[in-house]
Design a binder for this molecule. Sequence first.
Ligand code: 0RA
Length: 662
Amino acid sequence: MNDLFGGRRPARGAANASDAAAYSAKDIEVLEGLEPVRRRPGMYIGGTDENALHHLAAEILDNAMDEAVAGFADRIEVTLEPGNWLTIRDNGRGIPTDPHPKFPKLSALEVILTTLHSGGKFSGKAYSTSGGLHGVGSSVVNALSERLEVEVARDRTLFTQAFERGRPVTKLKNAGAVHNRRGTAIRFRPDPEIFGRQQFSAARLYRLCRSKAYLFRGVEIRWACDPALAGEAVPPQAVLHFPGGLSDFLASAVEGRSAVVPAPFAGEAEFAEAQGRCEWAITWLEQGEGFLNTYANTIPTPQGGTHEAGLRAALVKALRAYGELKKERRAAAVTAEDLLSGAAGMLSVFIREPHFQGQTKEKLTSPEAARLVEAALRDRFDHWLAGDPTTADNLLAWAIERAEERLRRREQKDTPRKSATRKLRLPGKLADCARESAEGTEIFLVEGDSAGGSAKQARDRETQAVLPLRGKILNVASASADKLRQNQELKDLIEALGCGAGERFDIARLRYGRVVIMTDADVDGAHIAALLMTFFYKELPELVRQGRVFLAQPPLYRLQAGGRSLYARDDADRERLLKKAFKPNQKVEVSRFKGLGEMPPATLKETTMDPRRRTLLKVVLPPEERARTSELVEALMGRKPELRFRFIQENAARLDEAAVDV
Ligand code: 0RA
């Protein structure tokens, strides 16, 4: 009962400094052990998947960042070693090692690492900049680590202590004198009992370090990674320091896209009464989707929150006021969504004791943040607009156009809905087939509008439908359920199929006999095909099980000689045909198709779509792999691009073997 874990202590821990017998009953009330964390990791880190695994790293890095943001550290080292060991070292004050004020038998360090305390509770000021979960984070990481080693340089002394699965396995040791050095180093290895064989992704950790360095220019992050783990996208070593802060970050994020404004609206502001500060950088894109990345104390808040609300309010109010000044009546119709959905921006606030909501704390709820950010930005955006009327006019016109487009869309949507009977809602891009019943029909999923155009001309209108999909569809294996539901391309696809997805799936309502994925015969095409297969596998597995999903095999080359044309699928096929199908000295003209969109419809029909002449590959689950496929898809279609390429290649090869020609 005395044990911090509420259970038996391992023999190794029996003699350690945290001899719990000294606690009074009152103390035990306050100190909660780590057993709940191991029992229900999801409650603390939102699951046990790859995201959760990386949450551990973010947690420790956030603590080090807190020291930096509070002005006590300016360097952080992050080192990934083989065996899934991650070390995060800072030159801050060092976790306190003296006896804990409330539990004098224990060092503060041990209390911090072995109990679920709420950060600010027992240490007031010391935790003043840490946020929500992040104040308690290190003990959660400790609980979920097979082993965790701490080194603290403080008061000219080096202290060390080691833990396993949250329990101390050594005392806090005095490891001798140190000079000119202070800070904390935490080295840990996530517990395979919790996370299985999942490993840290070097790319993901590197990205995290980079974004932290962008978010706080007062810190230099030194990244080091075993070259064997680095892969191609990640340097084995890097010094990350970005004096340009958020503006640099934004510039790298929108590189190559053209903007409506000549330079971003960017700056920083102190909040009144020393309540913190904020930084921002926002631009408006001519085309495509934007983003707004928000942070509180360098912690990402993907679900936004009060700081984001403050920014939206400030910007839209300032723009409307500008419109009013210019006697532009239509400005009143502009909403924050009109102004911001096509914007690309970053907002970073630093406030005392931020509050977060949600299981993984992805939303800022501190009410004062809305007011502080709105006040700070309203003024600056007013000035920004007034200072460059040409830009301001362009931006206003851009926003008005979006507002009017939104109103038009709403009208269009309302009209058919009013007159709708029991008709199915089908996506506008779908070129449906004429046949009423599903039998003998097929739907071709093609990559982009131009390929869609060719396919529409090449099809048999009676039995073949065509649905063009825009570019790379969402990767289902790594997207959240919310994102999935919001993805327009996938929504269109499910609507066209008519059979629902996930829990609402009903094969009886499938509107076609077969689904044919028809992408270009190149790497991008293979990627899109893999994304679509992942989607079917995850959301409509019954379609795959029933053998209703196919891959078309468009040719990559045309070989012409003596009035005869042959088509080759790939380089090997081309070589084979050149050898076998033509006379040795015959001059053969070889042309390469850039994509399906470039192929004459008659050729597309003849080679790829006409049921009498084409070859389709059936997507099947090889029996011995059925059990392993879910794991594979998760691991490889998840967030590891370096493995993905191999996955596509291997799977393509295996598909050939498993393929049934139809
Ligand atoms: C509690 C109190 C103090 C610092 C820290 C924790 C601390 C935690 C971590 C975690 C990683 N690096 C860290 N650095 C410091 C304040 C100590 C004081 O007042 O001197």
